[in-house]
Design a protein around this ligand. Structure first.
Ligand code: SF4
Ligand code: SF4
Length: 114
């Protein structure tokens, strides 16, 4: 007696395939930490970054939650309360100009379905 095992992973169902990132983010819960867990250390470095890398700069291109905004070509405005804690910005910044910590215990992001 022989059995057949498929080498292909099962295709996602129609319902799974249609869930957008925005819909998944909607499932996240967020409790604001009043103390910012993100900090741009030196705005002059962001100016230099804009000249060398162009604008929008790497943190602005990469962040999935639009946390970083280049205001009037002068300042990097950080809306830390939008952060989904992926940690990517501290890796992508070419000048290690972002101080990043997790929000304090019990605050920040939590996922309802793992
Ligand atoms: S990538 Fe780093 S240096 Fe460049 S704008 Fe963003 S925080 Fe500033
Ligand atoms: S950790 Fe992720 S979501 Fe938060 S600011 Fe950085 S890139 Fe954006």
């Amino acid at each position: 007696m022989s059995s057949t095992v498929s080498a292909q992973p099962a295709a996602p169902s129609q319902k799974e395939a249609k869930v957008s990132v925005e819909e998944k983010l909607y499932l996240a819960k967020y409790k604001l930490d009043e103390r910012p867990h993100l900090l741009v250390l030196d705005q002059d470095v962001c100016q230099k970054c804009a000249v060398i890398s162009g604008s929008p700069q790497p943190c602005m291109i990469l962040c999935p939650a639009d946390v970083y905004k280049w205001e009037d070509g002068k300042r990097n405005i950080v809306s830390y309360d939008n952060c989904v804690e992926c940690g990517a910005c501290r890796i992508i910044c070419p000048y290690t100009n972002i101080e990043w910590k997790f929000p304090r215990w019990g605050r920040g992001l939590s996922h309802r379905y793992g």
